[in-house]
Ligand binder design. Sequence first.
Ligand SMILES: CC(C)(COP(=O)(O)OP(=O)(O)OC[C@H]1O[C@@H](n2cnc3c(N)ncnc32)[C@H](O)[C@@H]1OP(=O)(O)O)[C@@H](O)C(=O)NCCC(=O)NCCS
Length: 168
Amino acid sequence: MRIRNEQPSDLKTIYRILSSAFPAEEEAKLVDGLRKNAIPTISLVAESKDGLIGHIFFSPVSIDGHPLLKIMGLAPMAVLPEHQNTGIGSALVAEGLSQCKALNTGAVVVLGHSAYYPRFNFAPAIQFGLESEYDVADDVFMAQELVKNYLNEVTGTIKYHQEFHKLS
Ligand SMILES: CC(C)(COP(=O)(O)OP(=O)(O)OC[C@H]1O[C@@H](n2cnc3c(N)ncnc32)[C@H](O)[C@@H]1OP(=O)(O)O)[C@@H](O)C(=O)NCCC(=O)NCCS
């Protein structure tokens, strides 16, 4: 298994992975929209000898009043159901965070499983003074600094790209 950047020929397979791992096609459509409209983005695939088995995507988020901050949102990520719990997701997150660092990203946020993301150094975003624009429990909206103390002077509500507003 290896993690690599997506290629144009991967797009249909990525759509299939996302629609198999999630109950509906919303996340697959979201990635198609972000790929067209968000800059910069990171889109990685996990490839095994049988083909693509996992995918992760990052796009920029913002906080009103802080136009220069470079924060990325991890969303969505998915591993084909038959390949879950074999370390693919962890490998995707590790490479994704490394590519975020390479883009000089100061922090990353994620809205997701509170028992999963802390193993990658995410902690409740509220500890950094960051709130979600969605009405969610504090423990599912998480953040981590890639640059030490990057969020020290920052508070506010994290806004995802407008493509996310099409999600129901
Ligand atoms: C979440 C997901 C990406 C994890 O990928 P993965 O390749 O199975 O993860 P890994 O093999 O790296 O890690 C497995 C660990 O994650 C845990 N895990 C998987 N799904 C979890 C969940 N929903 N909540 C909490 N922990 C979860 C497993 O229990 C396992 O724990 P262990 O290491 O203590 O045994 C994958 O399960 C998936 O695609 N799920 C459906 C789509 C989804 O929920 N995406 C994330 C949206 S936030």
